[in-house]
Design a protein around this ligand. Structure first.
Ligand code: ARG
Length: 658
């Protein structure tokens, strides 16, 4: 049971004796950070001041008079202007934490009304190498899946693979012109990646050449304007309008800098090709490559036999490549229905939209105009091609018919929010208003320089290379022989490998999930595997301590759970740990309310820290008496279960020794 829910229910009953409309007021229960103010605090007396025409402290007194929480809390206290502080009773803590030993749901109640959620996540565009940007959707989506399932909801997962887009036109074109047959036979994925890169850089090259002179001209102009603005600001520095001019000069300078950066980036794309004679030769021979790629894509979509055959040949290899990553990260999907699956349905969707009066022709294209948006959603281009949005509309219809979800979560980059806003606006007009649609958006992964993390080229590029690096970093940081010298028996090579693997892969997930999904975060392998701070290594260490304690005394989780000795929260460290353990259901609720696993990460870190304080202050095997020893053993195991359970919801395994 969630403690806060329990308190809210009791509070609602008490409030109803004083006023009506108590729903919102009863929700005003928070956990406290400072133990002097108890464990929970209600702030509902203050907002009642106007309504009841009394000082809040007096109101708080009346609330308490009607409040029946004696079985859970010490008598509530009033603090400050009218806060009501709750301190959980020791016997209640004892009983509730002990119950964790035999509760596979770890204190989490079944939901009153289970929902069916469909989670669309990972969904990479295959045929190009998977990179770190794909990690976020995959890791967040998987953690949400596990958490909602644990909470008792029905979750269906679907990997909406980008298996039909222009990137296939690119590799088809690449294959027709640049393939190295022997290399393709020997390692098709590597060869396809190579072809993708060639075509991509040629397209970039021609685009850059086309844009360069314009970009240069505009950069020069902006630089001149910026200089003039700076000069003006300088001259007028003593005048009243100085501040405004300075601001204008700064803004002009920023624009000039951005324009110069744009020129450099275009130049870099040009240089990258020109520095390589073979690539430069290809660029010269394939001036119209961008359009040619679109033609190949269109031919594929129109059922051209050769392109279709190539696609059939390439796709399994592309899938193998991403499946390897999923396997390493222990990620599974119920369905992998890629964009290609919906292709046969797209023409009907467009017809239906037209018939319903939702879509109409506009300059040759078919568009859905939405009053609240500047631009329409294009569902069919002039040349007959369907678009990303068309596929998403078809997908939505299919999912409704097939899976009957109450809610669909799209775990996709924030940069696609415009697309989803339009999709969600159209859906109810297509009769799909009964499904709650949610864009679970997320920010960008940045490099240590604060810029979007680029995939490195070369041998260790791509997501797999990154995973290898993380495992290596974990090996260095955590399995360092000096650090692990105390372990008895010493770690075997197999154990070291497993620890590095669990912590390396766990680090990638944990570091990502530790940041609220909507914020960008900086990717730093070194920080991710560090033993200090909010890291997976710290958490694993705390977990390994719980296992270590059991091991040295020759005990086991099972034995302690069977003995089920009552936990006695007597020392402050014991009490604080008990309260933390009982907050697990609240942490999961927070994840569910905000679709953000970071709440669970914060919770686990806080719990691990409280455990380490307990570990440093309270002996287990050398406890003063048998009862204390048994109580502490129970507490160690309860902690062990919560940490392992919590990490498993993040998709992270544990190690028993480190
Ligand atoms: N394949 C898309 C991309 O990589 C993401 C797809 C997300 N899901 C969806 N139903 N649109 O950008």
């Amino acid at each position: 049971m969630q403690i806060s829910t329990l308190l809210k229910q009791r509070l609602a009953t008490a409030l109803s004796k004083l006023t009506d409309d108590t729903d919102e007021l009863a929700q005003m229960v928070r956990t406290t950070q400072d133990p002097r103010f108890g464990d929970y605090q209600a702030n509902c007396a203050m907002p009642l001041k106007q309504r009841l025409g009394q000082p809040p402290r007096q109101i708080a007194e009346q609330i308490i008079e009607h409040l029946d929480v004696g079985d859970i809390c010490e008598p509530p206290e009033i603090a400050g202007p009218g806060f009501i502080n709750f301190r959980l009773r020791q016997d209640w803590l004892a009983k509730s934490t002990t119950a964790l030993l035999s509760d596979d749901r770890l204190g989490v109640d079944a939901p009153a009304s289970p929902r069916t959620l469909l989670i669309d996540f990972s969904s990479p565009n295959v045929a190009k190498p998977m990179h770190v940007g794909h990690i976020r959707s995959t890791v967040i989506g998987d953690a949400l899946t596990r958490t909602f399932r644990f909470l008792g909801h029905n979750v269906i997962t679907d990997n909406h693979l980008g298996d039909w887009g222009t990137q296939f036109g690119m590799i088809i074109y690449g294959y027709k012109h640049f393939v190295d047959q022997a290399a393709f036979e020997a390692g098709p994925v590597a060869e396809l990646v190579r072809l993708y890169r060639i075509v991509n850089s040629l397209i970039d090259y021609h685009n850059a050449v086309a844009e360069l002179s314009h970009a240069q001209a505009s950069a020069t102009l902006l630089r001149k304007e910026a200089d003039a603005a700076a000069e003006m600001a300088q001259e007028m520095a003593a005048k009243p309008q100085a501040k405004k001019l300075k601001k204008a000069a700064d803004s002009a300078a920023r624009k000039a800098t951005a324009a110069a950066a744009q020129v450099r980036s275009l130049q870099a794309k040009i240089d990258a090709v020109e520095a390589d004679p073979q690539l430069a030769g290809r660029a010269a021979e394939h001036p119209g490559i961008a359009n040619a790629v679109l033609t190949e894509t269109a031919k594929l979509h129109q059922g051209d036999a050769e392109n279709r055959q190539l696609w059939d040949r390439f796709l399994p290899h592309c899938k193998d490549e991403i499946n390897r990553v999923y396997q390493r990260l222990n990620i599974e999907f119920d369905h992998t229905l890629g964009e290609s699956f919906y292709h046969p349905m797209l023409a009907d969707v467009v017809d239906e939209l037209k018939q319903a009066g939702l879509a109409r022709d506009s300059e040759g294209a078919v568009c859905v105009f939405l009053p609240q948006f500047d631009a329409p959603m294009i569902v069919q281009k002039k040349d007959g091609a369907f678009l990303y949005g068309t596929t998403d509309l078809a997908t939505l219809k299919y999912r409704d018919e097939q899976f009957k979800p109450d809610e669909i979560l799209y775990v996709v980059d924030s940069r696609q929010s415009d697309h989803f806003e339009k999709l969600f606006a159209i859906a109810p007009q297509m009769g799909l208003g009964h499904i709650t649609l949610r864009h679970v958006n997320f920010g960008t992964v940045l490099g240590e320089d604060g810029k979007p993390l680029k995939t490195r080229s070369g041998a260790n590029a791509g997501l797999e290379g990154l995973l290898d690096d993380a495992v290596a970093a974990a090996m260095d940081a955590v399995c360092d022989p000096q650090r692990t010298a105390k372990l008895d028996p010493p770690l075997s090579e197999t154990e070291r490998q497993r620890i590095a693997s669990v912590i390396g892969h766990g680090a990638i997930k944990y570091a990502d999930l530790a940041h609220h999904r909507t914020s960008d975060y900086r990717f730093s392998l070194k920080k991710m595997v560090a033993l200090e701070g909010n890291t997976i290594a710290y958490l694993q260490y705390a977990y390994a301590r719980t296992q270590g304690i059991l091991r040295v005394g020759g005990s086991s989780e099972q034995a302690v759970c069977e003995a089920a000795a009552e936990i006695q929260p007597i020392e402050p460290a014991e009490r604080a740990l008990c309260v933390a353990l009982l907050r697990f259901p609240e942490a999961l609720q927070q994840v569910a309310d905000d679709y953000a696993p970071s709440a669970l990460v914060d919770y686990l870190y806080d719990t691990a820290r409280k455990y380490m304080v307990f570990n440093d202050n309270c002996h287990v095997w050398k406890a003063e008496d048998e009862q204390t020893k048994a109580s502490r053993l129970s507490l160690v195991v309860a902690t062990n279960r919560i940490i392992r359970g919590g990490l498993s919801l993040l998709g992270i395994e544990v190690v028993d020794r480190m």
